[in-house]
Write a protein that binds this ligand. Structure first.
Ligand SMILES: Cc1cc2nc3c(=O)[nH]c(=O)nc-3n(C[C@H](O)[C@H](O)[C@H](O)COP(=O)(O)O)c2cc1C
Length: 399
């Protein structure tokens, strides 16, 4: 059996040409690259900047999951947000408390983005950048009221805000005078003052956000360049499915006549991507067509979506059965809505499952009697219309 390290090596070597590691080693930022297709979603590359920031040797890090650097005071909600972003294959910028090898905690801006294969639009790696946060930007209510002493200077003026928005003591200690004041602050607040830095939410500055975005771009350009040399191209933006993977023009026209919110997914393509999305679906969710074609429907779920419902859907699909669930979904602007979702297999003229149709009805509690059809009836009428369209299109293409 191939060793885990061998698999990790492969993850890189298959996609990028030789010298990619050397090129990445030249970048000074702290970043890691992970492979979501390997069990445990391990780090496959760690930069020199990362080793320096966290105090680990590179070979202590490769093969481990990024959660290694979390600890008792890392915010669980933030961790869940990262998990969600990975599941939905989207970028994320978030403040996170991490721990160095020696156990000291520090706030950082964690910026993560997926790396896509240009061939088939699949996510092959993630890049994660870690930028240390040097100043607290957001007040927490406990911070404001703890002390009235002005001890840290900001542009010549001493302000309360400057004291409490410092995430780390050394930020306030640029000069000996400030250091002295900082010591005074420690005694004024008591010995648990250091805890304040770790316990209170810390938001990155615009500069830090720009820094992380620039670091991500640098890593992506190295990866893109070295993938060009192998011909197995990667890119930082989701690439649409190749034309041949989408549906044919005749079927497109027939489906266009159905005015409800629905999508069609192809179970024979990797990760079960959407190959058709109706206009009503785009209006309901706020996404553009190019943003949904080629993606798995899971991007509609989010932090508070019940995993049991998602599991129920997967089971029905695996058994090629229809199912109806009520699931919490999210629009592009991250507002949520209750989706009364019906999923059904759609067979072609030879009786084989060709697609799955997912019909969305929002807010079933409204007075649907006035609209004529019940939500169930509306869903079934869409499914019937889609089935007719698929069957006749497959008959045309085989005749
Ligand atoms: C490329 C990449 C780099 C990551 N780097 C870190 C990191 O430096 N620190 C950290 O706390 N989490 C990091 N994570 C997040 C964790 O690996 C993990 O995804 C997160 O804890 C949520 O998943 P879990 O709930 O399974 O732990 C990284 C994730 C990715 C994809």
């Amino acid at each position: 059996m191939e060793s885990q390290l061998g698999i990790i090596e492969q993850s890189f070597n298959v996609r990028y040409s030789g010298w990619v590691r050397e090129a990445l080693d030249e970048l000074t930022d702290s970043f890691t690259i992970t492979d979501p297709s390997i069990s445990g979603h391990p780090i496959v590359y760690a930069s020199n900047g990362f080793s320096k920031m966290f105090g680990y040797d590179k070979d202590e890090v490769v093969g481990r999951n990024g959660r290694t650097f979390q600890g008792p005071k890392t915010n669980r909600r933030s961790v869940m947000e990262i998990r969600e972003a990975i599941r939905q294959e989207r970028p994320l910028q978030i403040s996170l408390l991490n721990y160095r090898k020696d156990g000291t905690p520090f706030w950082m801006l964690f910026h993560m983005c997926p790396v896509f294969s240009k061939e088939d639009g699949r996510v092959i790696h993630f890049v994660g950048v870690q930028v240390p946060i040097s100043r607290r930007r957001r007040w927490s209510s406990s911070g404001v009221s703890r002390n009235g002493i002005n001890l840290c200077e900001d542009g010549g003026e001493i302000t309360n805000e400057a004291i409490f928005r410092c995430c780390r003591r050394e930020v306030c200690s640029d000069s000996a005078i400030q250091l002295g004041r900082s010591v005074a602050l420690d005694s004024a607040l008591g010995s648990d003052n250091r805890e304040l830095d770790v316990d209170e939410a810390c938001e990155a500055s615009e500069l830090e956000k720009r820094k992380s975005a620039a670091a991500i771009n640098n890593v992506l350009s190295v990866l893109t360049h070295y993938s060009e040399l192998t011909g197995r191209l990667v890119c930082g933006k989701r690439c649409c499915l190749p034309e041949k993977s989408l549906i044919n023009a005749a079927l497109n026209i027939s489906l266009g006549r159905i005015k409800q919110s629905f999508v069609l997914s192809n179970p024979f393509l990797p990760d079960f991507p959407i190959v058709y999305a109706s206009d009503a679906f785009l209006k309901l969710t706020g996404y553009g067509r190019h943003e949904v074609l080629g993606r798995n429907c899971r991007f509609l779920s989010g932090l508070d979506t019940d995993p049991a419902t998602s599991f129920q859907i997967t089971e029905c699909i695996n058994f090629e059965q229809a199912c109806t669930v009520r699931i919490l979904n999210y629009r592009k602007d991250r507002t949520s809505f209750w989706n009364f979702l019906h999923i059904s297999p759609v067979r072609n003229a030879t009786g084989k499952v060709a697609y799955f149709v997912e019909v969305h009805v929002i807010d079933i509690c409204t007075n649907w009697e006035k609209q004529g059809l019940s939500p169930e009836m509306r869903q079934l009428s869409v499914v019937a219309a889609v089935k007719v369209a698929v069957r006749s299109s497959s008959m045309c293409s085989t005749s």
